[in-house]
Write a protein that binds this ligand. Structure first.
Ligand code: ZN
Length: 203
């Protein structure tokens, strides 16, 4: 499986990192080794001193497809969760300045913890879904899918032009504003509507 990530999909987050709102989606990939096995802590990597959390709605693909039209995109997924797109911001800033690829900053082992999935039938309206991140019991991010620059179905149409989507692939749909640093000892909890889907310790 592969993990497809959308960057800068919320205008307020693009702004907080001094990026313009994009005209088409910014896409990058993480390998399957970026998935953090359930119930494992996240071990702070030795190569960074500024790892950031980015809480994101995650869509699980459950049907194979290529060149999917936006109209039929909803047939390719039935479950949502929240994941964390961990980012070594110090490395990313260096690579960005030099115009180099981001993978070492974004795709390292364990950089993609994903919570429990919830069937979309249990959620009222996917274009108006709330998700939250709490760190040590304080709310640090609150997102709503209505603020996405590119909708889930548009993203599926867009990425499936380039990459065949396969069963089990995950799409991280971008983070809202409020990203920041984690530190060893933190506890991260992610919620999708009122459901706690992720509980993660930083070690
Ligand atoms: Zn992200």
């Amino acid at each position: 499986m592969k993990i497809i990530c959308v960057g800068r999909n919320y205008a307020a987050h693009a702004k907080e990192l001094n990026n313009p709102a994009p005209k088409e989606p910014v896409i990058f990939l993480k390998p399957d080794t970026a998935l953090l096995p359930k119930s494992m802590p996240f071990f702070y990597p030795s190569f960074s001193t500024d790892v950031h959390y980015e809480a994101e709605l995650v869509v699980k693909i459950d049907r194979v497809g290529k060149n999917i039209s936006q109209k039929f995109a909803h047939k390719y997924y039935s479950e949502f969760s929240v994941g964390i797109d961990f980012t070594a911001r110090d490395l990313q800033d260096t690579y960005r300045e030099k115009g180099l690829p981001w993978e070492r900053a974004k795709a390292f082992d364990g950089s993609a913890p994903v919570g429990q999935f919830i069937n979309k039938k249990e959620l009222v309206d996917q274009s108006n879904l709330n998700f939250y991140l709490r760190i040590n019991d304080l709310e640090r991010q609150a997102g709503n899918t209505s603020n996405m620059l590119f909708s889930i179905d548009f993203i599926i149409q867009y990425v499936s032009q380039f990459f065949t989507l396969k069963i089990g692939d995950l799409i991280f749909t971008g983070t809202p504003e409020g990203v920041g640093s984690i530190k060893i000892g933190d506890t991260l909890e992610a919620f999708l509507e009122s459901n706690k889907v992720l509980d993660l310790k930083i070690k």
